[in-house]
Design a binder for this molecule. Structure first.
Ligand code: SAH
Length: 211
């Protein structure tokens, strides 16, 4: 089936599931997900499911990418930090909605291939770094929004510190992957925040050390 047609079907599904931010829907229409999946999964690119990448990692499900983007309440002037570049797909979506996206990936091969896809698509406001994302990217802080695309048990201190006052951070948290919740944390002051529960999710683990 024609990929454009499938992309429109994906948008209908996102709307049905409650994604109603028009800028987010436009970003999901703009970014070709097929460019970010492994070659033999191209035909599945617009199914609303996560798909495998190399190194036992996954490209997030479109609905989750859209939900996170919507929850981050991005403005065109925002500086965004993403932890867990993976394929680079979510970074490309966030880049449509903000000024600059800084994204950190702990698997070197994934960082390299994501950078290659982003470059080929001509996206110029995504900056990819290989390293441990739990430390954030201090040189470019503070961030108006931080998207953490791997699950942990608590928000790494460095990430909360690098979030601007008024900034939003979205992260899957839970004691085990089976009981993760996607949370939005809004920073009200240096040590004060409010939390919203965006629902149950399952992400690959946020691992502190590179191997
Ligand atoms: N946003 C991605 C999906 C990410 S999957 C996409 O759209 O394709 C989660 C990613 O987080 C994996 O690639 C994994 O290697 C990475 N990751 C896990 N722990 C990390 C850490 N401490 N720092 C940076 N990246 C990490």
């Amino acid at each position: 089936m024609d990929l454009k047609f499938q992309r429109e079907a994906m948008l209908d599904q996102l709307k049905e599931r409650g994604v109603d931010d028009l800028r987010v829907l436009a970003a999901m229409r703009t970014v070709p997900r097929e460019a970010f999946v492994l070659e033999n999964f191209r035909d599945d690119a617009y199914r609303d499911s996560a798909l495998p990448l190399t190194h036992k990692q996954t490209i997030s499900q479109p609905y989750i990418v859209a939900l996170m983007a919507q929850a981050l309440e991005l403005k065109p002037t925002d500086h965004v930090l993403e932890i867990g570049t993976g394929s680079g797909y979510a970074a490309a979506v966030l880049a449509q909605l903000s000024r600059e996206v800084y994204t950190v990936e702990r698997v070197g091969d994934l960082a390299i291939s994501a950078a290659e896809v982003i470059r080929k698509l001509g996206i110029q406001n995504v900056h990819i770094r290989f390293g441990d994302g739990t430390k954030g990217w201090p040189d470019e802080a503070p961030y108006d929004a931080i998207s953490v695309a791997a699950g942990g048990t608590s928000v790494p201190n460095a990430l909360f510190d690098q979030l601007a006052i008024g900034g939003r951070l979205v992260i899957p948290l839970g004691p085990v992957p089976e009981s993760q919740k996607l949370l939005r944390i809004r920073k009200l002051a240096k040590d004060r925040y409010v939390e919203d529960d965006l629902g149950n999710v399952r992400f690959v683990p946020l691992l502190p050390d590179t191997d």
